[in-house]
Design a protein around this ligand. Structure first.
Ligand SMILES: Cc1ncc(C[n+]2csc(CCOP(=O)(O)OP(=O)(O)O)c2C)c(N)n1
Ligand SMILES: [Mg+2]
Length: 617
């Protein structure tokens, strides 16, 4: 059996027919396609999507944003559902590169279908083609190669078959997943071919729960038995593999304290007795102390970013060893660990069955004391009563107290990720959605839309800085268009509080980190740039208001709950009021020579701190 279809029609029919299955539950993999049309895709992909309305298409505002929305959707769906994204050629395509990198860093499946220059080369250069004088076999789409986990270009319609099967293998692989980029030359999309029926039939991709090597597992149980101060670092893999309940039981029965990375936050509810909170640079005091002293780190589903390892200063016990449970071999071997390569839930289940381990009472009590002290610290920051302008910690406290247990907070860049990592009291594994692999300003609102599309029954609270908002707020319009309500809290501190603070910590004066008007003499004046965020949000269709005090914020949150569509609360906060750091360190190299005494001082502190840095862990 064959079916004569254009390449684009066959592609849409193929996407519609892909299913995934994990633990016996089957579901459609692609929820639809985001897209912006131009000459590079309107007559090909556009025609096909119009002709096949059973495959939903959504018009968005910006190509980078649509990839963020797709990535957030996949993350909120534990990578068991995804979106395709179609763009025109040239700028429409390259706008997706940042989104692709964001998805790949965070190991999130997105299928990107950038239009591409003519395969037949009849009319060259086509509008928006960046020509090369050294090769005709190159286009701007080659720029996707380093940020994609799979990359291909369909020069002939029949190539679609093998390309899509490979793309699907990568997208549904827990270890390999990321952006799959299949470039679609403008003239190939509408070209007809006799596609075999098998290609277009329902196809189910099983997402396996891979088990690890059994002798390594026994060795790991032995390491655990020998350990006095073990610590679990829960990463995103715990949540993706739905190992959270099992982790909660394992931690409770063994007494092993658990700290969480940004992607792993929510692995345990904040009030679980063994939940010591955030790990690493933006970690809680207890997490920092326990990591420093631990003799065994069990890293589950973590890729050990510098934020998790405090730039390799976190683990100071000279005898510390690592057992890494990870579906990706690449991550499992990090820190010279004993690698348990497999699905987090499957491996943890087997480790639990093999081990009767329990921490000694002294260690358990120490962790409990640190946990209690941390909860008091969060209470203190939540009710700081600073200002107005109020503190960011208090904004987080107000939103956290207002949000329901299943609601989701979404954030990505600025000073809020660190504060949220420390302070947000997560009560559900899917309640904390932080993009901190790429920390891409602009992800917040676009990502929030993806979360809401994946879980319409949850309220989504997008916390976004004024800097991030100014980079990418336009998907508010898409949220209005598609009736997906976002609760956006825009923290207005007139610039980059995060990078301003970092600049000062590096001995500088914060140049380029505040929104200040340039005065007639050419210098930057004290007056802030008059940006009306309320008017801006309203112009995109949202309801918006501005608040300055805690009481006004709380009233606005209640008001927001009553409004049926996207709402923006602009809250002014104090640029200089930071949540403290609790004894951790992040490597940002400081100028080796400078006339400035403060830079020289920062350099001395930097050199001193670097002494604690270990090469391997
Ligand atoms: C796309 C992008 N550009 C630059 C950066 C570097 N950066 C990190 S935080 C930040 C400032 C964020 O400002 P804002 O959203 O207002 O948050 P605040 O620092 O004030 O909390 C910048 C420029 C980034 N993370 N992403
Ligand atoms: Mg700001």
């Amino acid at each position: 059996m064959i079916q004569r279809l254009t390449m684009a029609q066959a592609l849409v029919k193929f996407l519609e027919s892909q299913y995934v299955c994990r633990d016996g539950t089957q579901q459609r993999f692609f929820a639809g396609c985001f897209g912006i049309f131009g000459h590079g895709n309107v007559a090909g992909m556009g025609q096909a999507l119009e002709e096949i309305p059973s495959f939903p298409y959504y018009l968005v505002r910006n190509e980078q944003a649509m990839v963020h929305t797709a990535a957030a959707f996949a993350k909120a769906s534990n990578r068991l559902r995804a979106f395709a994204c179609t763009s025109s050629i040239g700028p429409g395509a390259t706008n997706m590169i940042t989104g692709a990198a964001t998805a790949t860093v965070n190991r999130l499946p997105v299928l990107l279908l950038p239009g591409d220059i003519f395969a037949k080369r009849t009319a060259v250069p086509v509008l928006q083609q960046l020509e090369s004088s050294s090769s005709q076999d190159i286009s701007v789409n080659d720029c996707f190669r380093p940020v994609a986990r799979y990359w291909d270009r369909i020069q002939r319609p029949e190539q679609l078959i093998s390309a899509m099967l490979e793309a699907m293998r990568v997208l549904t692989s827990p270890a390999e997943t990321g952006a799959a980029v299949v470039c679609l030359p403008q003239d190939v999309q509408p070209e007809a071919f006799d596609f075999p029926a098998e290609f277009l039939q329902k196809r189910v991709w099983t997402v396996p729960r891979q088990r690890c090597d059994q002798s390594l597992l026994r060795e790991a149980a032995g390491w655990l038995a020998a350990s006095r101060k073990p610590l679990i670092i829960a990463g995103g893999g715990v949540i993706f593999s739905e190992a959270t309940d099992l982790l909660a039981q394992f931690a409770a029965s063994t007494g092993i304290p658990v700290v969480e990375t940004q992607a792993g936050k929510g692995s345990l509810p904040f009030d679980h007795p063994q939940a010591l909170g955030a790990a690493g640079v933006t970690g809680t005091e207890g997490a920092t102390i326990l990591a420093r002293e631990a003799d065994l780190i069990i890293g589950i589903g973590t890729r050990y970013s510098d934020f998790t390892t405090a730039s390799r200063t976190a683990f100071q016990n000279p005898h510390v060893r690592f057992v890494n449970i990870n579906v990706a071999e690449f991550d499992a071997y990090k820190n010279s660990a004993l690698p348990l390569i497999g699905d987090a839930r499957a491996v943890l289940e087997e480790l639990r069955a093999l081990s009767q381990y329990r921490v000694d009472e002294e260690y358990r009590q120490k962790a409990a004391r640190l946990k209690d002290a941390w909860e008091s610290e969060v209470d203190r920051i939540y009710s700081l009563r600073h200002g107005p302008p109020i503190s960011q910690g208090e904004v987080i406290g107000a939103v956290n107290s207002f949000a329901g247990p299943k609601d989701v907070v979404v954030c990505a860049a600025g000073s809020m990720p660190g504060d949220l990592h420390k302070l947000w009291r997560a009560r559900d594994p899917k309640g904390y959605h932080m993009e901190y692999g790429y920390s891409c300003m602009g992800y917040e609102i676009a990502g929030g839309l993806g979360v809401k599309m994946a879980a319409p029954e949850r309220e989504v609270f997008v916390l976004v800085g004024d800097g991030s908002y100014l980079m990418m707020a336009q998907e508010i319009g898409t949220s209005i268009q598609e009736n997906f309500k976002l609760n956006i809290v825009l923290v207005e501190n007139h610039g980059f509080s995060s990078i301003g603070g970092l600049s000062r910590a590096c001995g500088n004066k914060g140049m380029g980190t505040e929104y200040r008007m340039r005065g007639p003499d050419g210098s930057l004046a004290a007056s802030a740039v008059p940006i009306d965020y309320v008017a801006n949000a309203e112009s995109l269709g949202a309801r918006a208001c501005k608040v300055r005090t805690r009481e006004e914020l709380e009233a606005a949150l209640h008001e927001m709950a009553r409004h049926p569509s996207t709402t923006v609360i602009v809250v002014e906060t104090d640029y200089h009021q930071h949540v403290p750091s609790y004894g951790s360190w992040w490597e940002v190299p400081i100028a080796e020579v400078s006339e400035s005494e403060s830079v020289q001082g920062a350099r001395e502190r930097y050199v001193e701190a670097k002494r604690r840095q270990k090469t391997l862990v």
